[in-house]
Each structure stands twice: as structure tokens, then as C-alpha cells.
Design a binder for this molecule. Structure first.
Ligand code: ADP
Ligand code: ZN
Ligand code: ZN
Length: 823
């Protein structure tokens, strides 16, 4: 464990009190400030304080240590300007996790803070704030702030502070109170502004429950109706339904609310549907599930972490629900991590049906205000005992954590790529659990090689297997279609093999559904001039552009830049630009041509940008409004539909041919997962058609046979032989520079600095497959951590080498960062 030892020093009698604080910046280390005597009682570990940094900037900093580090002689310290909250808003456990993340993932603690906290909790000079319409306040300072913000759309915090600078009275504490009351808010980006559709509910107040002689016919009728609902134990009524069904209208509701007889509240539409204050029944587990449940509990006697390897549709979620209920009953809280929350509306509603209001949701598609309010709630006595969230939910405050479930633990989206901290949420969850004395359950049908190794040979985790599907459904039948052969025989006239066409038509005609998986979005991934071979590429990145039919533009999938489709080839002037390969848009077009009975839907990054787009696509498919779902890897995850009779994997080779030592592992996972969407209900068996030019690859046979163990055995043997994880750790050193030759020189210099101590454990430098992104050239070194070196030792060497590089001429203008345990 790389946790820094807390700095302990006792200030001598009259020495000034110092505090070490974290500022949300990518600067290394913490910063020491003076605690003015007037604030001495209020500054505590985890408190938010206002500090000035650099020339003029103000930041909300978090107090990490008290007393702080004594600075060297002669260093002049600045004072803490204000204490923003009455109580600390970051707990000691959170600060420990921040420190661990920063040390393990080789980034600054300021970067961790930046990633960990919602924006409205870490106001900085550049934060834009705005006042809500109709906001009023009686406290003079608060009223002044409202006045200053009224009439402008939004204002930089720094500008607001400037306006109040003259009389030198604090504004942060009153501002914070306004933010807490929802009267002032942090402006959000356009994406966040898109409102989550919400449903308004109407409920009785305590007075409303008792009220019997209400004036006005409509009001009385509405009140009586609500009282009847309440008496029957029904959930709160939707406002829309009341207006539609009763002779009441908006004014009736407003009038009753004004009298304090009722209140209204909003909840996000997706959760609301299944949510009620009364909690649902726990599922009755099938025999195999019950056995797994007991084995998991049993394994926790010996290990902190248990891996549940359960085939697709074996009913893992129901087991999780039981384990959650058990943990909550012990008075402990639970964190349930999902790889991508937006894709898992289904799990959200299944859990909220059981746990109701005890569950909180936390992910990046929520507004910043919603995230900040859940954070505060977690610090209060009303904390949610169950948090369902994406990887950032790790950063919330927890009280008495008893269990962390990492669902689909093999998913690569648990690893954050950019910016720092480049952490793996599964691994960080295991650390968090160990520190909190909580247990961990990793669940998946296709474990990562690392986790399976830990659960078997390495003996670090417990292992529980569940080999049968729930309810007697059988695993789907996987048929391999040799696309190379079919092409030679001229039988591939469309992107679909004859077998896939037959099966799909039969399934659709019978009222069933199909899923087609192609891991490329857009229309055609590469354009080429048929005359001279010219390919349009992004000017900022070193990649070909993808043609998007819908927008009629060429798009760079790395930086998002778009370009008009050139009328003629700029190289030879001919007019014969053709697309190569197929993306989801093109497949959608081909589907309409091939399957007249199809009602297709497309799910990829382009169709799911809007906040609730996923939900809509999934709902429509679930209710058979659409019957053929075309998608990228989004369709491979966690979806549970009743009527999927056939799954087509259109281009397995794109997955199999990736230049990465994990390619076959990933291909196995993705294809087994998407195959697992078929035939999830007993009755007829599902089919999967896997189209590839390499039908004889061992991994293809392993997918067909559902033979995880063989895939694992093959992979682990290779990794042992060539020394890859889990037999060593990898750390990538990534260098970026505007100029290619400077980037190359810096990378060489870095390698030269490392080789004397690390020798052949330093691989590269190499140019990655995409060697330039957004005008920045990229070079990479890969360092293997092999004994006798320890990870800590190698990290220290790397950090030292970076400092040396930055001080040398080769280091000018280059950005160097590290990626620990890259995926
Ligand atoms: P997995 O996560 O293992 O792929 P799920 O948990 O989604 O599987 O379960 C598959 C389906 O079986 C779901 O629709 C679920 O509702 C149903 N199911 C599983 N276990 C039970 C149970 N004990 N009682 C009722 N339905 C169950
Ligand atoms: Zn040309
Ligand atoms: Zn680009």
C-alpha cells in the first residue's frame, strides 16, 4: 500500500497553526497555509476552505492535515481566507482513498480531488454561477449576492468576488448557503443542462391527512382522493394523472399546496416508474442461485473478495439483491458499481423496486446539482444505504460500508482513460473495501484473466460458479459462418451471411427479435478515392475520417472534428470517393433492404447522446415496438430481453485482429456477452451467428463452446511465457508534444534515463496506432515491473526520471504522464 504516512508534528506553544490543503489542480503535493486564530476552531480535516493561490486566483481547497507541515525558514505563508462549511465535507476515509489513488496511479492529489468532487462543491475562480429566477433572501449578505447576480445570465465567481472585494467581508459562506438552498447554482454545460425528464408527484402533508372540511368542490374532491390513496397504502399520485382524472387542475393543486395541505416533488422518470415508499418483495431464489448465495457468504469467511462466475442469465442480479438486503439488515451500507449506468436502466428499476428510497443513484449523466446533493446527503443521517453508480460513485462519502458489488467486473470502462486519475474502479473498490472492512463481490459471465487468476491459482479471491441459466433456459447455439469462404462462393451479397438472413427472417416472422452487433459507428469507417487511393484524414489527428450518412459529414472519432464531404478528390480531381467497411448506419440501411419485416433501431454513441436516449431505445425494444436492434458494444452489456431469438455478430475479425495482448480475451468477453442476450427465456433456444474469416482460431471454438476455462488456460500460458499481467505489472509512460521530432527526442531521453536501472524492462519508445491526436504527437514507453523491482521502486524511478527530463533541454514543451495498469 502506498499510502503516505500522515505527517505528525506538534506545534510548539506559540507557533502559528498551519494546515496542509489540497487545491483542485494538477500540481504535485499539498500546500501549507496559516490558520488565522479566529478560524482555529473551524478549520478541521476535510473542511472546505477558501485560499488564494498564485497571484490572484481563489480556490476552494480541502484541508488534508492539521497541523500542517512546517515550511523551511523564510517561506512566507498565506492565511486561509474563509472556512466555507460548518462541518467537513470530505471524510477521513475519503482523504485516505484520494492519497492512495494519487500514489498508486501516479497523479497529483489535486487531480484526484478534481475528479472526485462535483463542481458545485469545489468552486473556483472560473466557476460560472447564476441565480435562480425569483430567488429571495432576508440575510443582508445573501440578498446582496442575489442582487449582484440578477440581471446577468451567469457570472464568473472571480468577478463576483471582485464586486465584494471593497468591504472585505466574506462572501463564500453566504454564497454556499444560497447554493445549498438551490437559490444560486453553478452553471452547467449544455450537455448537463438537458433536463432529465421528471415526473411530478403529489403527496399529503401531515395536516392534509387530517383535513376534513376543505372549501371548494374541486379541492375537496382532490383532497379526498389523496386521502383514499394514502389509506390504501398506494404510492404517491402523479400530478399529471390527478389533473387528467379528476375535475382538478393546476390551480387546484397550487391552492392546496399554498394551504400546506399537500406538497409536490419531482423524481427522474426512469426510476419513478417503479419507485414507491413501500418496498418490494425479495425474490425467491432458485436452487442453484441459493447454493451460490451460501457459497459466496461462506467464501467471505476466508477472503475479502469473491468472484462470482455465473453464465449469462443465470440470475446474478437476484443474488446481488439478496446480498444487499442481508448487508442492509446488518445496518451496513452497500455500493453497487456498474460499468455504464446509462445502459443499465433495467438494473436501476429492478433494484429500486426492492429498495425504494433507500437507494441513491450516482453517475455522470446526472446534473452536477444532483450529484452534489447526494454527496451532502451521504454525510447526513439520512444517507442512502445503497448507492448504485458508475465508477465515480467510489468517491462518495460512505458510512459503515459493508459490501461493494462490482457488476460485469471484466468491463474495460471501469478504467478511466483521461484525464488523471487513470484509475480502475474495480481495483480501487477492492482497496476501499479493505480499508472500510467491507466485502467485495465481483460478478460476471466472462471474468477478466486477472481476476480469474486471482480467484484460482493465486488464491487471493474466493470463487463461486453458477453454470446454469435461470428458469431452465439453455445457452444459445452459436453457429460460425466463414465469411471468406462465402465470399469466394459469391454468397455474401450483403453484410449478412445466408444463415443469418434465414434465421433472422424466421425469428422476425415469428414475432421474435434480433440483435446485430458491429463495433463501428457511422456509415463507412474509411473513405477512399477509387482512382488514386487517397483517404481523407483528420488534420489534427492521425486517423482516417468516418463517413456519417445522417449528418452527411466526415467525422474524426478521436477529436470529434467534422468535415464536409469533398466533392472531388483533392489529390487527383476524380469524383469517385467510395466508402470501405461498414458502420452501424450502413448496417441499418442494409437491414431495411434485406428484412422488410424489420423495425430496426440503432444504439451507438451517435443515437444516445441525449440524456435519456438509451432508455427510450431499450424501452421500445423491450415492448416490441422495434424488433431488430443494431449496435456497437453498447448492446453487449447487461441487457435482459425476453424475445431475442437471434444475435448476429457481423464482424468478429475487427475484435480478433486487435494488436494487443488482450485481444482474444476481449473478443471472447464481448462476443460471449452479446451471444448471452439471446434465448434468455425458457422455450425455444436462441441462435447466434458469428461471422468471421478466421473460423479456425482457437478462441472462436472457445466462444462457440462457452469454454471460458480453455480461453483462460490459453491466455494465461501465453502471458506467463511472454511475461504480461498478471505475471508482471505494466506502467505506460506517455509523452505528448506539438512537434513530432521533439516528441521522439523526449521519449528517447526518457528511455535513456530509465535503462540504467530498469534495463530490458523498458519497452519502446513506440508510436501508438494513432500517433497524433488533436495536434499532439504521442510516443509511449511501456515499463514492466519485474522482480527484484517493486511497483513502489519503479514508480519512484519513473517520477525521478520525469523530473530530470523536464529539467533537460529535451523536456521543453513535452507533457509526460503515466498510466498504471493500462487496459
Ligand atoms: P444475469 O445477470 O446473470 O445475466 P439476470 O439477473 O439478468 O441474469 O437474470 C436473468 C433473468 O431471470 C431476469 O429477467 C430475472 O428477472 C430472471 N430471474 C433470475 N432469478 C430469478 C428469481 N430468483 N426469480 C425470478 N426471476 C428471476
Ligand atoms: Zn484521387
Ligand atoms: Zn481528429
Amino acid at each position: 500500500m502506498l499510502l503516505q504516512a500522515p505527517h505528525i508534528s506538534t506545534p510548539s506553544g506559540n507557533a502559528p497553526l498551519l494546515a496542509d490543503v489540497i487545491v483542485p489542480l494538477a500540481l504535485s503535493g499539498t500546500f501549507t497555509y496559516l490558520v488565522p486564530p479566529a478560524l482555529a476552531g473551524e478549520v478541521r480535516q476535510g473542511s472546505r476552505v477558501l485560499v488564494s493561490f498564485g497571484k490572484k486566483k481563489l480556490y476552494t481547497a480541502i484541508v488534508l492535515r492539521l497541523p500542517g507541515t512546517t515550511p523551511p525558514e523564510g517561506v512566507e505563508l498565506k492565511p486561509i481566507l474563509e472556512v466555507i462549511d460548518a462541518d467537513p465535507i470530505v471524510t477521513a476515509e475519503q482523504l485516505e482513498l484520494w492519497q492512495w489513488l494519487s500514489a498508486y496511479y501516479m497523479c497529483t492529489i489535486g487531480e484526484v480531488m478534481k475528479a472526485a468532487m462535483p463542481s458545485s462543491l469545489k468552486l473556483e475562480s472560473e466557476t460560472m454561477i447564476e441565480v435562480c429566477p425569483d430567488a429571495t433572501a432576508t440575510e443582508p449578505r445573501e440578498a446582496e449576492i442575489i442582487k449582484a447576480l440578477s440581471g446577468v445570465k451567469a457570472m464568473r465567481l472571480a468577478d463576483l468576488v471582485k464586486q465584494f472585494a471593497a468591504d472585505r467581508r466574506p462572501i463564500h459562506a453566504p454564497l454556499r448557503r444560497l447554493i445549498d438552498q438551490g437559490l444560486v447554482k453553478v452553471s452547467e454545460s449544455l450537455r448537463q443542462r438537458e433536463k432529465m425528464p421528471t415526473i411530478t408527484y403529489v403527496a399529503l402533508t401531515a395536516e392534509g391527512e387530517k383535513e376534513t372540511n376543505c372549501k371548494g368542490k374541486n379541492r375537496a374532491a382532490l383532497l379526498a382522493h389523496l386521502q383514499k390513496l394514502k389509506a390504501s397504502g398506494a404510492p404517491d399520485a402523479e400530478r399529471a394523472a390527478l389533473v387528467a382524472e379528476l375535475p382538478s387542475n393546476g390551480a387546484t393543486i397550487a391552492a392546496l399546496r399554498k394551504k400546506g395541505l399537500i406538497y409536490t416533488y419531482d423524481r427522474p422518470a426512469d426510476v419513478a416508474a417503479d419507485d414507491s415508499s413501500t418496498e418490494g418483495e425479495l425474490p425467491q431464489l432458485a436452487e442453484a442461485q441459493l447454493r451460490a448465495f451460501h457459497e459466496i457468504c461462506d467464501s467471505w469467511q476466508r477472503h475479502n473478495v469473491c468472484l462470482l462466475h455465473g453464465v449469462t442469465s443465470s440470475g446474478k442480479t437476484e443474488i446481488y439483491i439478496r446480498l444487499i438486503a442481508r448487508t442492509l439488515a446488518e445496518g451496513k451500507s452497500v455500493l453497487y458499481l456498474l460499468p455504464e449506468i446509462a445502459l443499465t436502466t433495467q438494473i436501476t428499476s429492478r433494484l429500486s423496486r426492492v429498495f425504494g428510497k433507500r437507494m441513491g443513484l450516482y453517475h455522470s449523466k446526472l446534473s452536477d446539482t444532483a450529484r452534489a446533493s447526494l454527496w451532502r446527503r451521504q454525510l447526513s443521517p439520512e444517507a442512502c444505504q445503497l448507492i448504485l453508480g458508475a465508477r465515480s460513485a467510489l468517491f462518495l462519502p460512505y458510512h459503515n460500508l459493508g459490501l461493494i458489488i462490482v457488476d460485469e467486473e471484466h468491463e474495460t470502462s471501469f478504467k478511466q482513460q483521461d484525464p488523471a486519475p487513470r484509475y480502475h474502479a474495480r481495483d480501487a473498490a477492492i482497496v476501499l473495501a479493505a480499508r472500510s472492512g467491507a466485502k467485495v463481490l465481483l460478478g460476471t459471465a466472462t471474468p477478466s484473466v486477472e481476476s480469474y487468476h486471482n480467484a484460482t491459482t493465486a488464491g487471493k479471491y474466493g470463487l463461486v460458479c453458477l453454470k446454469e441459466r435461470y428458469g431452465g433456459a439453455t445457452l444459445p447455439d452459436i453457429i460460425v459462418e466463414d465469411v471468406g469462404e462465402l465470399r469466394r462462393k459469391k454468397l455474401m451479397k450483403t453484410p449478412f451471411s445466408p444463415r443469418l438472413i434465414d434465421d433472422t427472417r424466421a425469428v422476425l416472422d415469428g414475432g421474435g427479435q434480433a440483435i446485430f452487433f458491429i463495433n463501428r459507428r457511422g456509415y463507412t469507417p474509411v473513405m477512399e478515392c477509387h482512382t488514386c487511393g487517397w483517404t481523407p484524414r483528420c488534420v489534427a489527428c492521425d486517423v482516417p475520417l468516418t463517413h456519417h450518412r445522417q449528418t452527411g459529414r466526415l467525422v474524426c472519432h478521436y477529436c470529434g472534428a467534422t468535415y464536409a464531404l469533398p466533392a472531388a478528390c483533392p489529390c487527383c480531381g476524380e469524383h469517385d470517393l467510395r466508402g470501405k467497411g461498414q458502420g452501424t448506419e450502413k448496417i441499418e440501411e442494409e437491414v431495411s433492404r434485406c428484412f422488410p419485416q424489420a423495425r430496426p433501431a440503432r444504439m451507438d454513441l451517435d443515437t444516445t447522446r441525449a440524456k435519456t436516449a438509451h432508455e427510450k431505445i431499450i424501452e421500445a425494444f423491450k415492448h416490441l415496438k422495434t424488433n431488430l436492434l443494431i449496435g456497437t458494444q453498447m448492446v453487449t452489456k447487461g441487457l435482459d430481453f425476453d424475445h431475442v431469438g437471434v444475435v448476429g455478430i457481423l464482424d468478429a475479425d475487427a475484435l480478433l485482429n486487435r494488436p494487443d495482448f488482450r485481444a482474444h480475451e476481449r473478443a471472447f468477453q464481448m462476443m460471449s456477452q452479446v451471444a448471452g442476450r439471446a434465448g434468455r427465456r425458457g422455450g425455444s433456444r436462441g441462435h447466434v451467428v458469428l461471422q468471421t474469416k478466421q473460423p479456425s482460431l482457437p478462441v472462436v471454438a472457445q466462444i462457440v463452446g462457452g469454454d471460458y476455462e480453455s480461453m483462460f488456460a490459453g491466455q494465461i500460458a501465453e502471458r506467463r511465457e511472454f511475461l504480461f499481467p498478471p505475471f508482471c505489472r505494466l506502467i505506460v509512460v506517455c509523452l505528448k508534444h506539438r512537434y513530432e521530432s521533439a516528441c521522439e527526442k523526449a521519449a528517447e531521453a526518457m528511455a535513456t534515463l530509465l535503462r540504467p536501472s530498469l534495463g530490458t524492462a523498458v519497452l519502446g519508445p513506440d508510436r501508438p496506432a494513432v500517433g497524433r491526436v488533436q495536434y499532439q504527437h504521442i510516443r509511449r514507453l511501456v515499463v514492466k515491473v519485474i522482480s527484484p523491482h517493486t511497483p513502489q521502486g519503479v514508480k519512484a524511478l519513473l517520477l525521478h526520471a520525469r523530473t530530470q527530463l523536464m529539467e533537460s533541454p529535451e523536456g521543453r514543451g513535452v507533457a509526460v504522464f503515466f498510466d498504471v495498469d493500462p487496459i
